[in-house]
Design a protein around this ligand. Structure first.
Ligand SMILES: Nc1ncnc2c1ncn2[C@@H]1O[C@H](COP(=O)(O)OP(=O)(O)OP(=O)(O)O)[C@@H](O)[C@H]1O
Length: 539
């Protein structure tokens, strides 16, 4: 990557948002953490410049990858600016991974010289680095991020540098490096690993810049100064690009190490939180919160989730509690949710959960296409096609995986590998991942739709549906169900429930009970379930 020290204003990069925030909102609070740790936008800007300067002193040069493993703390926020200001590429890693899964990811990032690690994750990082170095990795320098309320010296293992020591080395008058080309990489974000090993999606400065602005528009954040509660992981698409969008707005970031219903309600009341978002488990947290943790909302609060949604009762409960609920559809490769729509309460229809409205997308083109002919599918509510995107707010490719990159952009569109249909009014209904669609008796069945019905059974906690082939290669739906604690049910009970609530060809022909494999973000790993079914491990 070529870089120049000259800010000529022509390169679109989210780094310019932080400069703007320091200029325009210098004294305004940028970050609050654990109540008493507060920074202004001017301070955040200065700290990021020092961070960039210190990284340059450590020998980090343009195009180097800097990894980070930390929850949503101020340091993690600062890394989103400080690393690219040194011309380097930030890879924020999933804190929920165990050492061997982390090692798989580190191998994909190799070579990298520096990894920032929150004190909570130091053991798994050391183990992962050791696993990789046995193969190839030259051990990276570990920079330890302490908790803000703990004695640093107590925590620093030998051979590591302390985050605050690093900042102290840096110069505030450092001139941030700007990429000479806006397509240069700013970050690498890993997918969730629902269908296999996570893939590293590379974001460009331009994509990050445009998607941050798109995020502001999609989430209607311009009307009043947002106070954003960090419930979405910053390692997830750089916090759905809110890391950068919040600087563009000069809003306030409320950092949270751990997410809980109490933490959410407390922050809403203490700091007047206006927005928060993340995976759908947030809705279960709110809906299941004990009455002592919940309180009437003092003002409008928007919550947005993206991913396979919980049952309708949960969505409706969250709305009853007063939240403005939005649901989103997107993925790591598209820098987060692309299509967003408000949830209308008291819907009786599971189908409406999957209907993403009439193209409310911003910047990107969205279409449903026949993957072979690339023709748009008719707006008839039944022809299944692949959901595809086009635009400047997509990844530039996968790290070290040109074959997958080529496949992903075949035909000039980003292929989501998700399938959907177009309604007569043009709205897109998400059906399923292409791999997970079943064809019993030749008719397409969405595994997600069958699972949604199963989750409405009062005794079912979790459910997964995959296809099973008989000796004549005829596919039929096979359900694996985990019951709620203390509940019992037979396969016949479950099948009867399905017969009462869905079309005959969708009804599972077999039901098994047991635990379901999920990835680090709680998503079902159907490839593992299919394998178990194929090898008759459930019986
Ligand atoms: N609202 C939604 N409802 C149902 N599924 C969704 C929704 N939004 C996103 N998804 C699913 O999540 C996927 C994106 O998730 P993510 O980028 O985290 O990686 P992943 O596909 O889970 O993991 P991997 O690519 O490693 O297998 C989408 O392609 C889609 O299948």
């Amino acid at each position: 990557m070529e870089v120049s020290n000259m800010r000529d204003g022509e390169v679109e990069t989210p780094m310019s948002f932080l400069e703007g925030a320091a200029r325009t909102f210098g004294d305004k609070i940028s970050i609050i953490y654990n109540h008493h740790h507060r920074f202004s936008w001017r301070q955040t800007h200065q700290r990021c410049l020092k961070l960039a300067s210190a990284l340059a002193m450590l020998g980090i040069s343009p195009n180097d990858v800097v990894a980070a493993l930390a929850p949503n703390t101020p340091a993690m926020y600062e890394l989103h600016f400080g690393v690219p200001m040194a011309g380097a590429i930030l890879s924020a890693l999933n804190t929920k991974l165990d050492a061997s899964a982390l090692a798989q990811i580190l191998e994909q990032l190799e070579p990298f010289k520096v990894i920032f690690v929150d004190y909570q994750f130091i053991d798994s990082t050391l183990k992962a680095c050791e696993m990789v170095s046995q193969k190839t990795l030259k051990p990276p320098l570990i920079i330890l991020i302490p908790d803000y309320d703990q004695e640093p010296s107590f925590l620093v293992p030998q051979g590591t540098l302390h985050y605050n020591e690093l900042l102290a080395m840096g110069q505030e008058d450092f001139k941030a490096l700007t990429p000479s080309n806006e397509s240069d990489p700013i970050s690498v974000n890993f997918t969730s690993g629902s269908t296999g090993v996570p893939k590293g999606a590379i974001y460009s400065h331009k994509g990050a810049y445009l998607n941050s602005l798109a995020t502001i528009a999609r989430f209607n954040m311009k009307q009043k100064m947002p106070v954003f509660l960090w419930t979405v992981d910053m390692f997830r698409c750089n916090g759905w690009c809110f890391t950068w969008a919040m600087a563009a707005l000069g809003g306030t970031n409320i950092c949270l190490r751990n997410v809980s219903a109490k933490g959410i309600y407390d922050a809403i009341h203490l700091y007047k939180v206006t927005h928060f978002c993340g995976a759908p488990f947030l809705l279960d947290l709110i809906a299941d919160a004990s009455p002592s943790d919940t309180r009437p909302l003092p003002h409008a609060v928007s919550v947005t989730v993206a991913g396979v949604l919980p049952p309708l009762q949960v969505l409706n409960k969250v709305v009853e509690l007063g939240f403005d609920l939005n649901i989103g559809y997107g993925m790591t490769e598209a820098l987060g949710p692309v299509i967003l729509r408000p949830w209308k309460p008291n819907s009786e229809d599971e189908f409406t959960k999957l209907n993403y409205g009439e193209n409310s997308e911003f910047i990107q083109e969205v279409d449903v296409k026949d993957p072979e002919t690339m023709k748009s599918t008719p707006h008839d509510g039944k022809t299944i096609g692949e959901i595809m995107f086009k635009g400047n707010t997509l990844m530039v490719g996968y790290a070290k995986n040109s074959q997958e990159t080529e496949k992903a952009f075949k035909g000039g569109w980003y292929r989501t590998r998700d399938v959907g249909v177009r309604q007569i009014n043009g709205s897109i209904v998400f059906k399923d991942r292409a791999k997970d669609i079943l064809y019993p008796k030749g008719e397409a069945v969405s595994s997600i739709e069958v699972e949604a019905v199963l989750l409405n059974h009062p005794k079912v906690l979790k459910a997964a549906v995959v296809g099973r082939y008989d000796e004549c290669f005829v596919e039929s739906p096979f359900a694996v169900v985990k019951l709620k604690d203390g509940c019992s049910a037979t396969a016949e009970d479950i099948i009867q429930f399905c017969e009462d609530h869905m079309a005959t060809h969708m009804v599972p022909t077999s039901v098994m009970f047991g635990d379901l494999p999920v990835n680090s973000t709680g998503k079902l790993q159907k490839f593992l379930i299919r394998e178990k079914v194929r090898t008759n491990k459930w019986e």
